[in-house]
Ligand binder design. Structure first.
Ligand SMILES: [Zn+2]
Length: 493
């Protein structure tokens, strides 16, 4: 075990010349390059075109393959959903990640495991996406509703490269429960898979979609694993944990970065594995690969055209911000952020006379941070892919208090309420526009039509309630947010 750690230390020291040292005809050495992505929802570049973009990743893949034919591309989960483009109407349903599978087929993805967001889409779409995949799905702990493997999904993979056996098993976080999926405990499964694979494999890789806490636990409990290629956290990270200092790697979401892992396996008596990993930013310094760019363009046009039918111009620059807008689920379902405040404010802006606004945080689906800079209408569609109308209503202070209290109790779920012109809660009195909420007063409110017509968890008492009548419809919240962004940060730019 110490041997491997020392090897890694030595390698870090030799970083600059490691490629040189291994490129010659070393009969006893096998070089494997792994290109890692995780949590990729958008095929086009993000951050105003600055970062990400699968056609650029495809170029990098070509470059790596040229240097080392033993190059494999892996994705540590989350591909089908969520994205704005995925919500675009297509045939009798929605795109639902069809565009992502097409782009990954073109790019040459090899292996992928399930992320929790794969199960956001309807069963029919999910099975269609599996069928369209020209890459290999691996899952050791996620199965269909009967506990059977999904069609074409392997529970482990063995790749043989120049006589070296690389074993991969895959674990996914138990989340986003739906009626067509069942899970086994990731750690119980890991125990079985490590015992089964380790004796047969030269290199054992866990391709995971877990929290970093669970990945660290995995490294600590199963030092037999040689490396953990992970996802779910959306931010790049690298840890070395457990008694063998097993490395754990995650890249940034949406291919803003990828990891390039150079593995050198010495077939000699020592059987040493060296891992040299480099985080690589994906920017316009990488040209688009024509084949993938064509596929991306095809599906972008299909999606954009259906948005145009709904009155949006996806490519249009709305504004340029000087602050980042946090739309991460972990944030927006627990606390207000600049982004949720802008939405709440947009509802007030279009609803003259409204004293406050509230809406369900689950309507914010981007699950990402939009960095400071250009924002397009497509970004707005990414924030609020399901849209929905803003309505005005009047409600008694007592009912408003009940609603706000319940909204707070719904913390950590999509039924947590985001609010405009309201402070307090969590033991403190509710304040509306700086004044303590008066239970006997009547308030003019702007809210999401969804809450008064369809309803959200524990807030069903608002649905078709004559004490919360819909007075006026103020139109699509995405239009309101576009106007609000222009107002706050300046038009166009
Ligand atoms: Zn995830």
């Amino acid at each position: 075990m110490l041997k491997k750690f020392l090897a890694i230390v030595v390698l870090s020291f030799l970083l600059g010349i490691s490629n040189l040292a291994c490129s010659g005809p070393h009969g006893s050495q096998v070089r494997i390059t792994i290109l890692q992505m995780n949590d990729v929802y958008e095929m086009d570049p993000v951050s105003g075109g600055k970062e990400g973009g699968l056609a650029r990743v495809a170029t990098l893949h070509d470059q790596l393959s040229k240097t080392n034919p033993n190059t494999i591309v892996v994705l540590a989960g989350d591909l089908f959903s969520p994205s704005a483009l995925g919500t675009a109407p297509y045939e009798s349903g929605r795109l639902d990640g069809k565009q992502m599978v097409a782009a990954m087929n073109a790019l040459g993805l090899d292996y992928i495991t399930f992320g929790n967001h794969e199960f956001d889409i309807k069963k029919r779409s999910f099975y269609d996406r599996l069928k369209e995949s020209e890459f290999s799905w691996i899952s050791s702990n996620v199965f269909d509703e009967n506990g059977k493997p999904f069609p074409g999904v392997a529970d482990t993979e063995m790749i043989e490269i120049d006589g070296i056996k690389v074993g991969i098993f895959s674990l996914t976080i138990k989340k986003n429960f739906t009626n067509y999926v069942s899970y086994e405990d990731p750690f119980e499964v890991a125990q079985k898979k490590v015992a089964e694979l380790k004796p047969k494999m030269d290199i054992l890789i866990a391709l995971t979609h877990l929290t970093i806490e669970d990945d660290i636990k995995l490294a600590n409990r199963f030092p037999e694993i040689d490396m953990i290629i992970g996802g779910h956290d959306h931010e790049n990270m690298q840890y070395w944990r457990g008694k063998n200092y097993t490395p754990i790697f995650k890249a940034d979401a949406n291919a803003r970065t990828v990891y390039i892992h150079n593995l050198v396996y010495d077939k000699g008596a020592q059987k040493k594995l060296l891992i040299n990993s480099k985080l690589k930013q994906i920017t316009d310094s990488l040209p688009d690969q024509a084949k993938t760019a064509k596929v991306v363009e095809k599906w972008r046009n299909i999606g954009y055209n259906s948005f145009r039918k709904a009155g949006f111009e996806p490519a249009k620059v709305v504004t340029s911000t000087n602050v980042e807008l946090d739309g991460l689920e972990a944030s927006v379902r627990n606390v207000p952020t600049k982004l949720t405040e802008l939405i709440a404010q947009s509802m007030l802006s279009v609803s003259q006379g409204a004293q406050l606004s509230f809406y369900n945080s689950g309507s914010v689906r981007i699950d990402d941070v939009i960095p400071a800079g250009k924002i397009t209408e497509y970004d707005v569609l990414r924030v609020l892919p399901f849209g929905g109308d803003i309505v005005t209503t009047k409600m008694k202070g007592s009912l408003l208090k009940r609603t706000l209290d319940q909204g707070m109790a719904n913390k950590a779920t999509g039924a947590y309420l985001q609010k405009g012109n309201v402070t307090g809660g969590d033991g403190k009195p509710w304040m509306v526009g700086g004044n303590i909420l008066d239970e006997k007063a009547t308030y003019s409110v702007a809210t999401a039509k969804f809450l008064l017509t369809v309803g959200d968890d524990n807030l069903e008492f608002l649905v078709n309630n004559p004490d919360v009548p819909i007075i006026e419809n103020k139109g699509d919240v995405r239009k309101a947010l576009i106007t609000q962004l222009e107002k706050t940060f300046g038009e166009g730019k």
